[in-house]
Design a protein around this ligand. Structure first.
Ligand code: BG6
Length: 296
């Protein structure tokens, strides 16, 4: 650990450790919740409010290597969502090491961790704009994730984004997601058509739906873990719901063939028609607030 990083941690509350693959991980042991956040991708891989089961799913097959995406946790998708010919899927900020801007304790026992990354010659080869991206985690009884993009170019640019959150569930086949009834969505692989959701989302096959024009909170009900996970959001008009199911799981090298029943992604984003156009010098912020409760 270099001295600059050492000066930013809080002994007994936030430690910087060497994680898998030699990647730096911030280990948060707060008064009300624990978390782990990789500097690589600013990717949270664990959040556990005191007395509760872990809320976030991580694949046991993830690779941990600079330049590659970590499988699970909360990958940050920016400046595009989904595949792009000849370029990394979901943008490039999840594949680079971010800077730790600072950590701070709140009076309610929460811990704030601020991370940032910015454009460089390398990013300009992939996306010809200048930006600063900041992610602030507040690790408490709720997990708050604030993702802000600042346009530091002299002209407007358009981007897509997502906080691609993997939630741990007892069995995806028995889980439901409420909050998207009647919302329009773009299915996979044909994202050109708009379909309409009816009732709660249930998982009976590969599910890869981009819900557009929705600011609604989502409730993930997990009867096996007897838990409800609530995802509230601000500054986000798109919600993506994903479970890879059997064939896609088998095709992913960094995901176990039998891991799909243990996760459901609910992603807070802005993509497709909700992509954000940001004027020169302007900032855009998107916030996801995650909380848990008991279900019957
Ligand atoms: C989801 C997309 O957000 O991410 C899926 O909707 C994609 O289409 C999934 O398969 C995982 O993407 P990746 O790049 O992390 O394998």
């Amino acid at each position: 650990m270099n001295d600059d990083l050492r000066s930013k941690v809080i002994p007994g509350v936030v430690a910087l450790e060497e994680g898998p693959g030699g990647l730096d991980v911030l280990v948060v042991t707060g008064a009300v919740a624990d978390a782990r956040i990789f500097l690589h991708g600013a990717q949270l891989s664990h959040w556990q409010p005191r007395g509760a089961e872990p809320v976030i799913f991580m694949s046991g097959k993830s690779v941990f290597e600079v330049g590659k995406a970590i499988r699970g946790g909360v990958p940050v998708c920016f400046p595009w969502f989904g595949p792009r010919e000849g370029l990394p899927a979901h943008g490039f900020v999840r594949n680079v090491v971010w800077e730790l801007e600072g950590v701070e304790q709140g009076s309610d026992g929460s811990v704030r961790v601020a991370l940032a990354t910015q454009s460089s010659g390398k990013t300009r080869e992939k996306w010809p704009h200048d930006f600063v991206a900041r992610l602030i985690y507040t690790v408490g009884a709720k997990l708050v994730m604030e993702f802000e993009v600042e346009n530091t170019t002299g002209a407007a640019f358009t981007f897509s984004e997502a906080l691609h959150t993997y939630f741990a569930v007892g069995d995806a086949r028995r889980a439901t997601v409420e909050g998207l009834d009647a919302a329009e969505y773009r299915d996979f692989p044909d994202r050109t058509k708009l379909l309409r959701q009816q009732g709660p989302v249930v998982f009976t096959e590969e599910t890869d739906c981009v819900y557009v024009n929705t600011r609604a909170a989502c409730v993930l009900t997990d009867p096996v873990m007897r838990r409800r996970i609530v995802v509230e959001k601000e500054g986000s008009d798109t919600t993506i719901v994903w479970n890879p199911w059997i064939a896609k799981s088998a095709a992913m090298a960094d995901f176990g063939d039998d891991e799909w029943p243990a996760m459901v992604c609910i992603e807070t984003g802005n993509a497709f028609e909700n992509s954000v156009t940001l004027a020169a010098g302007a900032r855009h912020k998107m916030i996801a607030r995650i909380s848990i409760g008991k279900s019957g």
